[in-house]
Design a protein around this ligand. Structure first.
Ligand code: TNX
Length: 524
């Protein structure tokens, strides 16, 4: 025990020492190993008793990292939302008796193998959450949130008390990259809608949100040096709606909101194809030789930038510079998919030139698997959606791979023939198919070490608001969270299904419009 923690004990004991003697609460037996945690932790050891979360609980946080205090406040806010309790952080609030405390502790323990690893020790009078980094503490806090029962037990004390099962949890993520993608180009989603999505992702330990910010149907981010991109290109969307865009201030607001949840936003500007909205705004960009008109349909592959023109690269330098300057993510996604209107030689030239621009602005390039046809550097990352051979090729020259195989991870595919929204070109993806595959062995010939993680893309041709987004994303996104975080050998669909059903109170409390797939017994 560190000196700081020892001092804390003395403080806590002396505070409670001034108060009338604590009454021993007799809890019914608990079993931490039965808790419906998603993603499933690496190790759970139950000890059968309970910590009583109540008005006299206090959260303390390690003083040497501000991020821990922030995480403490995040926990306090969520406890308030769920239980109504006002739990102080690093403050005894005058009258409070610190009978029980939660300590969020910065630890250098070697057992914490990764930045996001955490250990949770729940005892009768204390909860210790250890992590190396604030991100690790934040992940552990999500576990703790999931351990709080839906109802307080009011028979044990004169005040409401939420019993949390005692025991220990040791946990590390399987992949460092655990992402979802939202296409805000086909249909625009507001800042509040994106924030709401991030709240749900954070609860299941996602750490990345990839925003698909441009496509044929719309350009969604303000570029100050090229204002028509949003004035013209931002005013359309699939189906003829009004579209919309994020100002740079809006984007920063999203980035900050993400940061508070230890989520990184990856911006994508799709090119050289999927660029009708950009070329409509600035026709010199156009490389397909056809007249330009706004596009609100859902076909792909007809547009291209002119890869032979220097001005195109000057334009892209501005776009990538402006976005990179407000984007803390180490990555910049250039799309690169389905450029059917670009000649092969032009495509390769384009990708190689743009890689240099991205690197010049201090970012690592990410692109859909097609970009592996070009000679890309080892720092460039490939997102696999449909061509395993390109991912394997890129891995052989040192690139890391993000797995988004369309037949398994595409959140925009219908669940089944009854689904109201979604497409079907990659097949139906029912909840069990989404869950029952192993990212580590899925691509034959792709070494495990080359896999950065997985990402579930939500393309928005058929959806235009939170309700419709949630219908496609949930519950499948919960399964991807587990595939991304939890050790493959611990996963089992039959057992997962039971934990999934127990997410319903959370989903209902958050008003999530999840798809009640028939294959799951939601009544249980
Ligand atoms: C393919 S996947 C696309 C998108 C579409 C999606 C619809 C990929 C890199 N490109 O342009 O929106 O299918 O499912």
């Amino acid at each position: 025990m560190s000196l700081r923690v020892a001092l804390l004990f003395i403080v806590v004991i002396s505070i409670s020492g001034c108060q009338p003697e604590k009454k021993q609460i007799i809890f019914p037996e608990t079993d931490l190993s039965k808790a419906a945690l998603i993603p499933k932790p690496v190790k759970v050891v139950p000890t059968g008793s309970a910590f009583g979360l109540a008005k006299n609980t206090i959260i303390y946080t390690s003083p040497n990292d501000k991020g821990f205090e922030k995480a403490g406040h995040f926990l306090s806010e969520k406890l308030k939302a769920k239980t109504g309790l006002d739990i102080a952080v690093n403050n005894t609030n005058g009258e409070k008796i610190a009978e029980r405390f939660i300590y969020i502790n910065q630890s250098e323990s070697e057992d914490l193998q990764q930045p996001e690893s955490y250990q949770l020790y729940v005892k009768k009078d204390s909860i210790f959450l250890n992590a190396k980094t604030a991100a690790g503490a934040f992940r552990g806090i999500q576990t703790l949130r999931q351990l709080i029962p839906e109802q307080s037990n009011d028979t044990l004390t004169t005040y409401p008390l939420w019993p949390i099962p005692t025991g220990k949890i040791l946990d590390d993520p399987k992949f460092e990259y655990r992402g979802a993608m939202l296409d805000v180009a086909r249909h625009f989603f507001t800042v509040d809608e994106v924030k709401r999505f991030m709240d749900l992702l954070a609860y299941y330990k996602y750490n990345t949100l990839h925003l698909h910010l441009s496509d044929d149907q719309g350009w969604r981010i303000e570029i100050k040096s090229w204002p028509k991109l949003t004035q013209v290109g931002g005013a359309t969307e699939v189906g003829g709606g009004a579209g919309g865009f994020y100002t740079q201030e809006d984007y920063k607001e999203l980035v900050d909101y993400a940061k508070d949840r230890h989520i990184t936003i990856i911006p994508e500007i799709d090119m050289p194809g999927h660029t009708n909205a950009a070329s409509l705004s600035y026709p010199f960009l156009n490389g397909n030789g056809k007249p330009l008109k706004s596009y609100t349909g859902t076909q792909v592959g007809f547009s291209t930038f002119d890869a032979q023109k220097d001005e195109v690269y000057t334009f892209l330098d501005d776009v990538i510079r402006e976005i990179s300057s407000i984007s803390p993510s180490p990555y910049f996604h250039i799309g690169g998919d389905e450029s059917h209107a670009t000649k092969k030689g032009d495509y390769i030239l384009f990708v190689e030139k743009v890689e240099k621009i991205v690197q010049k602005h201090g970012k690592q390039m990410v692109g859909w698997n097609e970009i592996a046809q070009a000679k890309i550097g080892a720092s460039t990352i490939i997102q696999l959606w449909n061509e395993p051979h390109n991912a394997i090729k890129a891995a052989s020259t040192g690139s890391k791979i993000i797995l988004s195989p369309s037949e398994k991870t595409y959140l925009d595919m219908k669940y089944d023939s009854l689904s109201k929204f979604g497409l079907t070109w990659a097949g139906f993806i029912p909840v069990d198919v989404a869950y029952q595959w192993n990212p580590e062995t899925y691509v034959e010939g792709l070494p495990k070490e080359s896999i950065l993680g997985i990402e579930a893309p939500l393309w928005s041709e058929t959806i235009s608001n939170s309700e419709e987004m949630e219908y496609l994303a949930f519950p499948r996104a919960i399964g991807y969270a587990e595939l991304a975080w939890s050790a493959s050998e611990n996963l089992n669909w039959e057992e997962y299904k039971e934990r999934l059903v127990k997410q319903v109170p959370f989903l209902k409390r958050m008003n999530v419009n999840y798809y009640p797939a028939e294959q799951i017994d939601w009544e249980e």
